[in-house]
Design a protein around this ligand. Structure first.
Ligand code: GDP
Length: 426
């Protein structure tokens, strides 16, 4: 049985914590898209970890962790994440990297940074991890699948051809030093040897696990509103963040995904540029940012302050629907305990008309939020595990959101630690 755990919003919803929690009962956890451009924060018995590339099942020795073919594999980041687990006493996890995964080349982060520099004020706010150049090359068929690294003549010929094109850009557009195909070849060989012990036929392993009725988790990165097609284009990521892409990004038969859990946070946050309808500014934003997450809303990969705002039912209903969610998890309800009253966005006013349907990107810029005010609960609920023991106003907040997003909220997360969660009967 395959369960997908994905984001209903812009990412940073707390998927890492929820995947880590579900992973206890799972046999396999699979990353199927994205790369090291976003982080999952996980707090468990070993300490606090910001994982970028490794699946969130790495803390359980019984879990097989798979980097699927759809992932942008940055080999140095992968190796250093594995090393950091070892240094901090986590038993060596079982990790398998798909032999069809493609690798982030040393020039991808470079090109990402140069392009953001060129765009100046209209930059995307990229994490500069090379994700957009990586996926551009993958679909332009100028990338490298890991299995291809065993063929030296293939590497050399492809690098010659790639460098001819990239050096044109580097020299004439970005005015930066050119790439040297020989240096790149040596670096690729070095990386090939590092990754070799972890590489295998992941698709066949996943198929065997399905046959044996194992429990499999698909772990999404970012969220529905960052999906290339359904997100807030062009301020999206360069791979699909949707549960359905798990089939393509891991090699899972479509009918095998039996459950989709959309994770959404009790308030909104995002990093990077793009429309963010319920955004807060000034002191109000600063307070929420400081109290948010486990130690403030600052990006797990970049350390950048996240933009924060009120919960957005319009965006979240859409996010859950596009994900195909059959249940939702509402995280970080504990963060809102300081507020006298809490705004929730229930509609957008666009061109003088009010709608509760999330618009296409071109209409989003003019959208004004329509809010309902709900009473706050003015107390600390951090760590509460009994849903019934939550204050009536907090339960009313959850009921209100559930009604508007149209998906049952089965779990409410009350703190960043693995055990801070209350089960809600629905
Ligand atoms: P992910 O990429 O979706 O896993 O999200 P991140 O890890 O980037 O961001 C979520 C942040 O919220 C992290 O700092 C988590 O430790 C924290 N977090 C997750 N669940 C809760 C919760 O219920 N309460 C609080 N206060 N923090 C939470």
């Amino acid at each position: 049985m395959v369960k997908a755990i994905v984001g209903a919003n812009w990412g940073d919803e707390g998927k890492g914590k929820i995947t880590d929690m579900f992973a206890r009962e799972a046999d396999m956890v699979i990353r199927f898209q994205g790369g090291a451009n976003a982080g999952h924060t996980i707090i468990n018995d070993f300490g606090k970890f910001a994982m970028h590339l490794l699946p969130s099942g790495v803390f359980y020795p019984h879990v097989t962790n798979i980097i699927g073919n759809g992932v942008a594999l940055n080999i140095p980041v992968f190796m250093s994440e594995l090393d950091s687990l070892k240094e901090r006493g986590v038993p060596a996890p079982r990790v398998l990297v798909s032999d069809r995964a493609q690798i982030v080349m040393p020039y991808h982060p470079m090109l990402d940074a140069y392009e953001e520099e060129r765009l100046g004020g209209s930059a995307f706010g990229s994490t500069k991890s090379g994700i957009a150049p990586f996926y551009s090359d993958k679909y332009a068929k100028t990338g490298f699948q890991i299995n291809e690294l065993s063929d030296d003549s293939l590497i050399e010929a492809r690098l010659e051809s790639i460098c001819a094109v990239k050096n044109c850009l580097l020299e004439h557009l970005y005015h930066k030093p050119p790439l040297d195909p020989k240096e790149l070849r040596d670096e690729l060989r070095r990386q090939r040897d590092l990754i070799a012990p972890y590489v295998g036929d992941a698709a066949t392993e996943i198929f065997a696990a399905l046959k044996a009725k194992k429990s499999i988790l698909l772990e999404g990165q970012l969220g529905a509103l960052k999906d290339t097609d359904f997100g807030i284009y062009p301020f999206v990521t360069s791979s699909s963040t949707l549960a359905g892409f798990g089939c393509t990004g891991a090699g899972i038969p479509p009918a095998e995904i039996k459950s989709v859990t959309a994770v959404t946070k009790a308030y909104s946050s995002t990093v990077g540029a793009g429309e963010f309808t319920t955004e807060l500014f000034g002191d109000e934003a600063e307070k929420l940012r400081r109290l948010g997450g486990d130690s403030g809303e600052y990006g797990a990969t970049t350390g950048r302050p996240r933009r924060v705002g009120w919960f957005d039912c319009v965006a979240t209903e859409y996010g859950c629907r596009i994900q195909g969610a059959d249940e939702a998890v509402l995280t970080a309800i504990d963060v809102l305990g300081y507020l006298d009253s809490i705004k929730v966005c229930v509609g957008y006013e666009i061109d003088g008309k009010i709608t509760d349907k999330f618009p296409v990107p071109v209409k989003l810029a003019g959208a004004k939020p329509v809010y309902t005010d709900l009473p706050g609960w003015k107390c600390d609920v951090r760590g509460e595990k009994d849903y019934n023991a939550l204050p009536a106003q907090a339960k009313r907040y959850v009921d209100f959101i559930e009604k508007h997003i149209g998906v049952p909220i089965r779990l409410v997360s009350t703190g960043p630690r693995r055990e801070d969660v209350a089960v809600r009967k629905v």
